[in-house]
Design a protein around this ligand. Structure first.
Ligand code: TMP
Ligand code: MG
Length: 215
């Protein structure tokens, strides 16, 4: 009889508006999982360290102008360049937490208008499908209290409001495991909630095959 396949790690995506706490919660989650003996790694998109990531970073910093379709495809390419490594980690039983993923890709480009949702999704079709997408929900007033926007492209409240509407559209897709959490809670309370949802998901998916996004 063939040996049972080793348990795989879970792919967990964090999405949400600016200043909702995605990066803080991503770091805390990975630390907590490791402390509990579950191997886990954090990735953030865009990953500005690669050649493609450097192009993206100079676009966001307004040092470089790129045509809207072009930058969309670069954000997607920046995810695809990590896919072999992500799959390897998941197969080895490592849980991979991603700080933003294809949903940010679609939401930010479609917020520009003149882009169909389908066109925006297409380059990311077939990416590893997250087992869980945690949406950190924070109302614009509460977000504003956390400080001013930075100087990067997209960091205005009118644009972010459009992005939020695009996220809501994407959440209507019930083939994905979206879970909305209240990001107005304290860092500690939100961390506890996220950790518990993440652990549940890791249990549920450990013997299931990894899916393909939007396929
Ligand atoms: P960051 O602030 O999390 O580093 O993200 C940089 C910006 O890039 C943020 O405004 C969201 C945006 N973005 C996209 O437009 N498309 C994408 O695919 C991703 C991952 C982020
Ligand atoms: Mg930012």
């Amino acid at each position: 009889r063939a040996a049972m396949a080793a348990r795989r790690g879970a792919l967990i995506a964090l999405e949400g508006v600016d200043r909702a706490g995605k990066s803080t919660q991503g770091r805390r989650l990975v630390e907590a999982l490791r402390e509990a003996g579950h191997p886990a790694d954090l990735l953030r998109f865009p990953d500005r360290t690669t050649e493609i990531g450097q192009l993206i970073s100079s676009y966001l910093g307004r040092e470089k102008n790129l045509e809207d379709h072009t930058i969309h495809l670069l954000f997607s390419a920046n995810r695809w360049e990590h896919v072999p490594m992500m799959k390897e980690k998941l197969q080895q039983g490592i849980t991979v937490v991603v700080d933003r993923y294809a949903f940010s890709g679609v939401a930010f480009t479609s917020a520009k208008g003149n882009f169909g949702l389908d066109w925006c999704k297409q380059p990311d079709v077939g990416l590893p499908k997250p087992d869980l997408i945690l949406f950190l929900q924070l109302n614009p007033e509460a977000a504003a209290e956390r400080g001013n926007f930075g100087q990067e492209r997209y960091e205005t409240s009118s644009f972010q409001e459009k992005v939020l509407q695009c996220f809501y559209c994407l959440m209507e897709d019930k083939s994905l495991n979206w879970k909305t959490v209240d990001a107005s809670k304290s860092i500690e309370d939100l961390h506890r909630e996220i950790k518990s949802i993440a652990k549940e998901t890791m249990q549920e998916v450990q013997n299931k095959p990894l899916g393909e996004l939007w396929k």
